[in-house]
Design a protein around this ligand. Structure first.
Ligand code: FES
Ligand code: FE2
Length: 342
């Protein structure tokens, strides 16, 4: 197991499961005027190459449309994907179903409709809808992976895959999943590009990260291996080693390889919503943090709640406010035809 770079008096982070060791390291925040810029390492050509490799990976027409707990058994929800309304509900046995979001009778939006016996009932006149009941209302393939909901829609330039590309995840009985969403004025590629520049971490998000280095010997255009400390206060951090990979063009995954929460993953998915009233693209970022601890039962919750969630999930939203601003700026520059780092 790799031993992380730590302060001289700190114990190695790698340790056998079941022997709790305080994972916190004293890491006083650098004053801003002492903090080294990372722009020399953040080489535009390198970021661009990793981005191009990611964009070449076919998502098979699958789009993330929310977290699994967003959808109960008794009511429908609607989403918009690439300008198309989609209704989601659970059929018999709770299996995820999806179809056009407009009722084929008079076009009512099928949002928050009753679901009975596996069918969704339109709220205007009670038309019962499900797979195979109408030729003018054809359902879409859908998949609930236990954390996220997916719908497959014909998508330009993509094949039609049988299933979405699901990332390898830690065992769910030893994990704790949280899902957040945020929308921004950009395209899915901008969300991915932001994450393929890990070098912005310590300078742009000093409240969340410190001591970030990309391990070039363990990185390539397909994998970025990063040693970083998640900051839990001005003085303390949790060092980890993490890998970033893109299983498809709209997904980037961070896997914690070593350190507290090893095996945990943070999946970031970008879904094109459509355009706003000014014709600008709108994208929804859905981020699932699946925090893992080998400790069982309530200890999982405690370990996760005590360490990983404050370090990762609680700062997630602030991180994404900043990262969405980065993604939106990237789109704006493209829209203006301005090119940097060529
Ligand atoms: S609009 Fe849906 S049943 Fe009439
Ligand atoms: Fe960021």
């Amino acid at each position: 197991m790799t031993t992380l770079r730590t302060t001289p008096d700190a114990a190695p982070i790698g340790r056998p499961a079941g022997r709790p060791v305080n994972p916190l390291r004293r890491m006083p925040a650098e004053p801003r005027d002492h903090l080294a810029g990372t722009w020399r390492q953040a080489r535009p050509a390198r970021i661009r190459k990793a981005f191009e490799v990611a964009q070449g990976r076919d998502p098979g027409g699958w789009h993330v449309v929310g977290g699994s707990p967003d959808l109960g058994l008794t009511r429908s929800v609607t989403r918009t994907v690439m300008g198309r309304e989609v209704v989601l509900w659970r059929g018999e046995n709770g299996v995820l179903q999806a179809g056009p979001g407009a009722c084929p009778h008079l076009g009512a939006l099928l949002e928050d409709c009753e679901v009975m016996h596996g069918q969704v009932y339109c709220r205007w006149h009670g038309l019962a809808l499900s797979e195979g009941v109408r030729r003018d209302w054809l359902t879409f393939p859908a998949h609930d992976d236990g954390v996220l909901l997916w719908v497959r829609l014909p998508t330009e330039g993509e094949s039609l895959g049988d299933l979405p590309v699901i990332t390898s995840r830690p065992p769910m009985h030893q994990s704790f999943a949280t899902v957040i969403t945020l929308r921004g004025r950009c395209e899915p590629q901008d969300i991915i590009a932001n994450r393929l520049d890990p070098w912005h971490g310590t300078w742009y998000h000093p409240y969340a990260f410190s001591d970030l280095t990309v391990d070039d010997s363990a990185s390539s255009d397909e994998v970025l291996t990063v040693d970083v400390a998640f900051r839990v206060s001005k003085r303390w951090g949790v060092p980890v080693r993490a890998e970033f990979t893109c299983p498809d063009a709209r997904t980037i995954v961070m896997t914690i390889m070593d350190g507290e929460g090893a095996g945990s993953v943070v999946e970031t998915h970008a879904t094109a919503l459509g355009t706003d009233d000014q014709g600008k693209p709108v994208t929804v970022m859905t981020e699932a943090t699946i925090a893992h601890s080998p400790r069982k039962g309530f200890q999982v919750a405690r370990a996760v709640a005590g360490l990983i969630r404050p370090a990762v999930a609680a700062t997630q939203r602030q991180l994404w406010v900043d990262d969405m601003a980065y993604a939106e700026r990237r789109w704006l520059l493209r829209d203006r035809g301005e090119v940097y780092g060529a």
